[in-house]
Design a protein around this ligand. Structure first.
Ligand code: FES
Length: 365
C-alpha cells in the first residue's frame, strides 16, 4: 500500500513537473520555501560561529536532493548578492559520516573576495544557500592506509580535517599525524576539536606549527624536512594528504619529491580543460563598464584580456572550476571555451577565465 502511494505521488510529481515546464516545479516551490526544491539543492544555515577574526564557520542542513559527500571533496556554494547569484567552491570540514547529514563549511574572508566577505559579514541562521552535489577526487581510498599524514595550512584545514574526523568516526586504528600550520595562535582554526580528537584517539597525533609566532606551538617557522621528521618520523611509510597555501604545497612537494615519495602525496589536482578557440571570434570591442576600460577583442578568454588591459579581476583556478572569476555580462556574445557553447543572453553571470568574447561584449564589473 505504501509503495502504491509512493508510486502515485512520484507520478503526480512528474506530471506537475511537465505541466510547469519551462520553469519546472522547483521555481514555484522556491517561492513557497526554498528548502522544498526537488532537483536543485539548497542548504539552510543552522549555525554561525567566528573561530578567528577573518573566518566564518557555517552549519548547513541540506535539502532532500543532497546525496552526501566523501571527505576531501568540495561543493559549489551559491548566494545571491545584490540580485546576482554568485558561486564559489568550499570543502566541508565535517566528517562524511555526520548522522543527520549536516554540513560544516569554514570560509575565510578574502579582502578581494566578494562571496567570502559577504558570508563573513552576513551569514545568519535561516539564510538559504544554493549547493551542488560534491565534486573532486581529493579523497582517501576505501581501503584506509596504515599510516596517514595530513598536512594543512590556514583555511586549507577543511578537507583534511574532514578526513581526520571521518577516520575517527570509523574507529580507524592506523597511525594518523595531523600537521597544521597557522600564522599565530589567534589564527588556529578548530583548535579545540583537534585537541579533543587527539585526546580521544591514541592513534591520532596533532602537531601545530606557527609560521609567524616564535613560541607557543609544537613547531615554528615554515614547513621543512626538519619539521616533517619531527612531526611524523614514519612519513616514508605514510600516505600524505595536503591542502594549504601555494608556498606550503610547493615545499611539501619538494621535500617529499626529493625522497622519491611523490606517489604517496595526494593533493587537490585540477586538470586544465582543453579550451576551444575560434579565430573568427577575435573582433569587436570589449568594455569593462565599472572601470571604464575598453579595448579591442584579441580572441583570448576575457580574464586574460582584462589582465592584459591592466585590470585585476578576482580569480582562482583559471580553468572554470572555482567560479571566483564570475562577472555579469550585460551585453554581447561569449563562447564557453570548455563546451564551445555560445551565450548571447544579457545580464547573465559568466566565468571570465573560460569565456571567449565573440564580437562586442560588455561586462558590468
Ligand atoms: S572558474 Fe576559477 S578562475 Fe574562473
Amino acid at each position: 500500500m505504501t509503495a502504491l502511494v509512493a508510486g502515485r505521488t512520484r507520478r503526480l510529481a512528474s506530471l506537475a513537473e511537465a505541466l510547469l515546464t519551462p520553469h519546472g516545479m522547483d521555481r514555484y516551490l522556491e517561492l513557497v520555501n526554498p528548502m522544498l526544491v526537488r532537483r536543485e539543492i539548497r542548504g539552510v544555515v543552522t549555525g554561525v560561529r567566528h573561530q578567528t577574526a577573518d573566518t566564518v564557520t557555517l552549519t548547513l542542513r541540506p535539502s532532500r536532493a543532497w546525496r552526501g559527500f566523501t571527505a576531501g571533496q568540495y561543493v559549489r556554494v551559491s548566494v545571491d548578492i545584490n540580485g546576482v547569484r554568485r558561486t564559489r567552491c568550499y570543502s566541508p570540514s565535517c566528517s562524511q559520516h555526520t548522522r543527520d547529514g549536516r554540513l560544516e563549511l569554514t570560509v575565510k574572508a578574502d579582502p578581494q573576495g566578494l562571496v567570502s566577505r559577504y558570508l563573513h559579514e552576513n551569514a545568519e541562521p535561516g539564510m538559504v544557500l544554493g549547493l551542488s552535489q560534491p565534486d573532486g577526487g581529493f579523497t582517501m581510498p576505501d581501503d584506509r592506509a596504515e599510516r596517514t599524514l595530513l598536512i594543512s595550512g590556514g583555511s586549507g584545514i577543511t578537507p583534511v580535517l574532514s578526513m581526520l574526523r571521518t577516520l575517527a568516526d570509523e574507529g580507524h586504528r592506523g597511525e594518523i599525524v595531523f600537521l597544521h600550520y597557522a600564522n599565530t595562535a589567534d589564527d588556529v582554526l578548530y583548535r579545540e576539536e583537534m585537541a579533543q580528537l587527539s585526546a580521544q584517539h591514541p592513534n591520532v597525533r596533532v602537531v601545530l606549527a606557527y609560521t609567524l609566532a616564535k613560541k607557543g606551538a609544537d613547531l615554528h617557522g615554515f614547513f621543512s624536512a626538519k619539521h616533517l621528521k619531527s612531526a611524523a618520523p614514519a612519513y616514508r611509510d605514510a600516505q600524505t594528504y595536503l591542502c594549504g597555501p601555494k608556498p606550503l604545497m610547493d615545499s611539501v612537494r619538494e621535500v617529499l619529491g626529493a625522497e622519491g615519495l611523490s606517489a604517496q602525496l595526494h593533493t587537490e589536482e585540477f586538470t586544465p580543460p582543453a579550451l576551444r578557440f575560434n579565430a573568427e571570434d577575435a573582433k569587436g570591442q570589449i568594455r569593462f563598464a565599472h572601470s571604464g576600460k575598453e579595448f579591442a577583442n584579441s580572441g583570448k578568454p576575457l580574464l586574460e584580456q582584462a589582465e592584459d588591459a591592466g585590470l585585476s579581476p578576482e580569480h582562482g583556478c583559471r580553468m572554470g572550476i572555482c567560479f571566483s572569476c564570475t562577472k555579469v555580462k550585460t551585453s554581447g556574445c561569449v563562447r564557453n571555451a570548455k563546451s564551445g557553447e555560445l551565450s548571447d543572453d544579457e545580464n547573465v553571470e559568466i566565468q571570465l577565465c573560460i569565456s571567449v568574447p565573440v564580437g562586442d561584449v560588455e561586462i558590468a564589473g
